[in-house]
Design a binder for this molecule. Structure first.
Ligand SMILES: [Zn+2]
Ligand SMILES: [Zn+2]
Length: 405
């Protein structure tokens, strides 16, 4: 009954937790700039008695409480360059500046504010109920998830040496399905691996009336974009999952000038690292070939960024946590998820520790609420019951592995 009694105690912090969520929502910070958010998390964990470390822009709170397993639970903390359009009383009016000094609106459009508030609630519960469990609890707050930079930054800043080695890692995300109040879990490959690519085609600019003096990068780029769509259609097994998207194609500024170069931005997704490697190799081959066919004097410049690893849920953890969710949230509130084409960077950390990992979702929208997807300017999950469900799910999963009656 230990877990049940911990869950029942959550009502005592409900108001604080909801206010915390509103505060975080109104004060979002972009990836790897989470200064105030980190400070808030740090102060809160210190007040709960955690041993707190700042690592790679993230915060790790450690609670050593006798013999037993060491369990890591992670929440991501960054927001997005999105202009909020929810009309909420606690909407964000924050703008920051980009590298060129231009204003950039900031919004918690992916619900990471919900993740922080839920993880702080779980941190409170574990600190307050120390007599009822034993082991080590590690609360990890990760920066820069949206740009796939935060997990790597924490590793580069010595995470492996600075904290005790966990036996397993857990994390969660608020999503548009299932309905608020429910959780969704999938064993095995859950979120796709992803990467972004930038291709610069080096042409030769000329007057628009003199095409024979140019090497037109727009013609080469147009052909390249069409050809790139044959990778999934012709080179990948139809039973395997792969996506190749050209999200941006920019060249030239006027009607009567042939551009000197063209820049394409691509995004790719796969559930298998070998398929991801195949996509990248094919993109490079086709880009080089198209530039050669178009008469470019130079090979295209190709760079890779936003490299997200596969999120591959450990089968055993998945089954154990599903059983625990069913016991404490009710069978009707636990759904099984399909694989999703979204991506996440936290897997770098459990991989570096060589420990099993589980990532699940919880619903953010009630039946009578309009649903706007994550990253939409109107993304506005219902605080209740979403925050309570996220907090409960975190505690149930964590406590499954900490020693208790
Ligand atoms: Zn996101
Ligand atoms: Zn997210």
């Amino acid at each position: 009954m230990t877990i049940q009694s911990i869950l029942q105690s959550l009502h005592t912090i409900q108001e604080w937790q909801e206010n915390t969520y509103r505060h975080l929502h109104a004060n979002p910070e972009l990836s790897m700039q989470e200064v105030h958010t980190s400070a808030f998390i740090k102060d809160t964990l210190l007040a709960y008695g955690y041993d707190v470390h700042t690592i790679g822009g993230g915060i790790v709170g450690i609670l050593k409480n006798g013999e037993g397993a060491s369990v890591l639970f992670r929440a991501d903390i960054d927001a997005l360059p999105v202009k909020e359009d929810t009309g909420l009383t606690y909407a964000s009016h924050i703008t920051t500046k980009d590298a060129h000094g231009n204003p950039v609106p900031v919004m918690h459009a992916c619900g990471h504010d919900m993740h922080i508030a839920a993880a702080l609630g779980a941190a409170w519960a574990l600190a307050t109920h120390q007599k009822e469990w034993s082991g080590t609890y590690i609360a990890l707050f990760q920066p820069g998830e949206e740009t796939a930079s935060g997990a790597k930054a924490m590793l580069e800043d010595g995470l492996l040496e600075k904290i005790p080695k966990p036996d397993l890692a857990l994390s969660q995300h608020v999503l548009t399905t299932p309905e608020a109040g429910k959780v969704g879990v999938k064993a095995g490959a859950f979120l796709s691996s992803a990467a972004s690519l930038k291709i610069i085609i080096h042409g030769k600019g000329a007057h628009g009336s003199m095409p024979h003096l140019s090497i037109d990068p727009i013609i080469i780029g147009a052909s390249l974009i069409t050809k790139l769509q044959t990778i999934v259609a012709r080179e990948i097994n139809p039973f395997d999952f792969a996506v190749v998207t050209v999200g941006s194609f920019q060249a030239g500024i006027s009607a009567n000038t042939i551009a000197d170069s063209a820049t394409l931005l691509l995004n790719i997704r796969a559930y298998d690292e070998t398929i991801k490697a195949k996509l990248i190799a094919s993109i490079k081959r086709i880009a080089i070939g198209e530039c050669q066919a178009g008469g470019c004097l130079q090979e295209p410049t190709i760079s890779i960024s936003d490299n997200f690893p596969l999120t591959d849920n450990d089968e055993m953890l998945a089954h154990q946590v599903i059983t625990a969710f069913e016991n404490y949230l009710g069978k009707e509130n636990v759904v099984s998820y399909p694989a999703m084409s979204a991506s996440e960077d936290f897997s770098y950390i459990p991989r570096a520790f060589n420990i099993p990992y589980l990532y699940w979702g919880f619903g953010g929208f009630t039946k009578d609420q309009p649903i706007y997807a994550n990253h939409n300017p109107r993304f506005a999950p219902a605080i209740y019951p979403t925050l309570l469900t996220g907090t409960k799910a975190a505690i149930i999963a964590i406590m499954t592995y900490l020693k208790h009656e």
